[in-house]
Ligand binder design. Structure first.
Ligand SMILES: Cc1cc2nc3c(=O)[nH]c(=O)nc-3n(C[C@H](O)[C@H](O)[C@H](O)COP(=O)(O)OP(=O)(O)OC[C@H]3O[C@@H](n4cnc5c(N)ncnc54)[C@H](O)[C@@H]3O)c2cc1C
Ligand code: SF4
Length: 268
């Protein structure tokens, strides 16, 4: 793993500002990012730790559930209100990873984890357009039994690994994205983008809200930045409609509701 600096901002604004620096990356629970760093797949020079931000709450209101990006997977899966109103979310979370991982991993990190494609995660394989744009795709003519049947391209056939994303898609959830340009709500079915010829770009959070289309040569510009070259962060997930208020949130819209927080790993 390469050396990196660690910023621990106390406000969302400070976190967004810290992420504007070159080679900076957000870290939440670290269960995906740290492994990729240890394997030299990701090599950020600066980590911006989201742990201190007030985004670790889950609440229910008239417009549905609101889930902070820093809510732990295990806390959300255990929440009785969530289980009653949205059992599919709890089931998707409990089908994911292991109890130990779920105790650390966050909702935002789950939605933004990288693909489990083995060629992407092993730098010993030189060809991976997602890791190194223009290098080719090892999976297309290689081991691709668990890769995409629909939606792939000539450049990438990777699938997204999040079970939670599938449940949220079934519920027509909305992702709230906050960046230098303010906050915007993106339907989850528009949040993720297909690989096309820029598989390194995985969500609209990285491309300023426009949907990427078209074919051609891989675009060497990296993901994670909006149209003006600025990083954006997922602030919260929300599902509109459906469930009403419930007893654990008398205010109905209190973001600092019920979610609890557990320890975090030391970044090293
Ligand atoms: C052994 C194992 C098995 C697993 N099995 C499953 C499984 O079956 N199903 C499944 O769905 N997942 C599975 N996972 C993936 C796991 O769910 C993710 O590692 C975890 O959810 C990531 O959350 P985190 O908070 O640790 O994210 P981190 O590792 O901290 O971050 C992941 C990525 O998200 C970015 N990020 C995090 N939060 C934000 C934010 N708020 N704004 C912008 N960017 C952000 C980071 O920059 C990074 O790129 C497994 C993981 C392991 C280690
Ligand atoms: S499927 Fe995508 S992630 Fe996997 S090797 Fe090909 S380009 Fe890389």
């Amino acid at each position: 793993m390469e050396n990196f600096t660690l910023a621990m901002p106390a406000t969302i604004e400070a976190a967004l500002a810290a992420a504007q620096q070159a080679d900076a990356k957000f870290i939440a629970g670290g269960t995906d990012l740290l492994q990729l760093m240890k394997d030299n797949v990701e090599r950020p020079q600066r980590l911006v730790d989201l742990e201190g931000l007030p985004l670790d709450t889950f609440s229910m209101g008239a417009d549905g559930a609101r889930i902070g990006t820093l809510v732990r997977m295990s806390d959300l899966a255990d929440d009785p209100t969530l289980r009653r109103h949205y059992p599919v979310i709890a089931e998707a979370l409990l089908a994911s990873a292991s109890p130990q991982v779920r105790n650390m991993a966050t909702i935002g990190g789950n939605l933004l984890q990288r693909t489990r494609c083995g060629y992407f995660r092993d730098v010993g394989f030189p060809a991976c357009n997602k890791r190194q744009p223009g290098s080719g795709c090892g999976a297309i003519l290689g081991l691709n039994r668990l890769h995409a049947v629909l939606g792939g391209s000539d450049y990438c056939v990777a699938t997204h690994a999040s079970d939670l994303a599938v449940a949220l898609a079934a519920l027509d959830a909305t992702i709230e994205v906050q960046g230098g340009n303010g906050t915007r709500a993106v339907p989850i079915n528009e949040f993720y983008v297909l690989p096309a010829n820029t598989p390194q770009r995985e969500t609209v959070a990285g491309i300023g809200g426009g949907r990427r289309r078209g074919r051609g040569r891989p675009d060497p510009q990296g993901a994670g930045r909006d149209g003006r070259g600025r990083h954006q962060a997922v602030a919260a997930g929300r599902r509109r409609g459906g469930a009403g208020r419930h007893d654990s949130d008398p205010g109905g819209a209190d973001e600092r509701g019920s979610a609890r927080r557990r320890g975090r790993p030391a970044a090293q």
